[in-house]
Design a protein around this ligand. Structure first.
Ligand SMILES: [Zn+2]
Length: 360
């Protein structure tokens, strides 16, 4: 389970965050370069362990690296190693050098060891950065934190805090429930106030597919070129479908594993696709396919999937008040009970409410 909170660093801290990210990226790129040259020149395969052992020497040579936490540096090398492993297994292309706009986050992979304190509520201690103000709008189990990831966006910083799910005793009838709403900005929003993003590789592949389809439509009917273009489109299409399926399987597995009752909207996909702004997120995400996966996985594991009428879930509040909003309004703001939250998360909560009523 991952919690995402906004960070409010001081100008000094923000500078340090930027420096850290930049050093991480440079380390990643030079570690990649080292792997390549050593392989080309000596046929030597460099491993993660070998590169990690060189970190102390790196710090001696480039003192700036002393200002980056060692776990964070190790994580850069780990990312590179993962990228190579995925390539060797045939799951991904050859690792690229990372430009500044592609390397946007750094990670403390074992915060237990460094997470001495969360300073007073509303801030987080990031080793080598300091105590940074954080908009922690919801409590989480600090003892269960497994990873802290700091991410740069266009004009702000966020922190993703991964927390291990509480242990469930075997046979204990713990009723865990969750509501899921189709996200507009993300793939889905959950009633536990987390969000699931559309993976970047998928968005990219889909963009490529669209480009190829446009190209195909310009080719002359019956021509050789058209045949060629059609084959290309079919191939990309297949690849995108495979990647999307894989993503949907992973997400549905996780949700069914973690919850006993899962609530979703009955989707009238045809109606929604007519609305052009919604069309992209709905069809792209393969929402219908997702519900199908949820449904059979839930059945197999003896869990419940409840589909509720979709009507008005984005126009009311959990307190029952009407909170009308257009698509452009991203934040739910209820004047009656004071709830201020991401609109999709509120919808997910209402979907869960309705499902619990039906289930009862
Ligand atoms: Zn309300």
């Amino acid at each position: 389970m991952t919690f995402q909170f906004r960070l409010y660093p001081t100008p000094e801290q923000e500078k340090q965050l930027g420096i850290t990210l930049d050093l991480c990226r440079k380390l990643y790129n030079s570690a990649k370069e080292q792997r390549e040259t050593d392989y080309k020149q000596e046929g030597k395969t460099i491993t993660y362990a070998m590169q990690q052992n060189e970190l102390p020497a790196l710090k001696q040579q480039f003192p700036a690296y002393k200002e980056v936490h060692s776990q964070v540096l190790q994580d850069c090398l780990r990312r590179l190693d993962d990228a190579y492993q995925r390539f060797f297994r045939g799951e991904a292309g050859y690792p690229h050098y990372k430009s500044a706009d592609r390397y946007v986050s750094f990670t403390y992979p074992q915060p237990g060891a460094v997470l001495r304190t969360f300073a007073k509520a509303g801030s987080i201690y990031l080793p080598k950065i300091g105590v940074v103000k954080m908009n922690a709008h919801r409590p989480f189990d600090q003892a269960g934190v497994t990873q802290i990831n700091v991410k740069r966006y266009a004009d702000h910083w966020m922190v993703n805090i991964s927390v291990k799910a509480p242990d469930v005793e075997a046979g204990a009838a713990v009723e865990s429930t969750v509501g899921i709403d189709v996200g507009l900005s993300s793939f889905a929003a959950l009633s536990d106030e987390t969000k699931v993003d559309n993976p970047r590789y998928l968005r990219k592949a889909e963009k490529r597919l669209k480009r190829e389809q446009r190209r195909l439509s310009r080719k002359q009917r019956g021509s050789r070129n058209r045949q060629k273009a059609r084959r290309k489109v079919a191939k990309t299409h297949q690849k995108v479908a495979r990647q999307r399926k894989d993503f949907l399987h992973k997400q549905s597995c996780r949700i069914v594993r973690d919850h006993d009752l899962i609530a979703v909207e009955q989707l009238k996909v045809r109606n929604m696709v007519r609305n052009r702004r919604l069309a992209k997120s709905i069809s792209d995400a393969g929402w219908r396919q997702f519900i199908t996966y949820l449904s059979y996985k839930a059945k197999r594991q003896g869990k419940r999937l409840v589909q509720v009428p979709a009507h008005g879930t984005s126009q009311t509040c959990v307190c029952g008040a009407d909170v009308p909003k257009t698509l452009a309004i991203r934040i739910h703001n209820c004047k009656v009970c004071g709830l201020i939250q991401d609109r999709d998360v509120v919808s997910a909560k209402i979907i869960l409410q309705r499902a619990l009523k039906i289930a009862a």
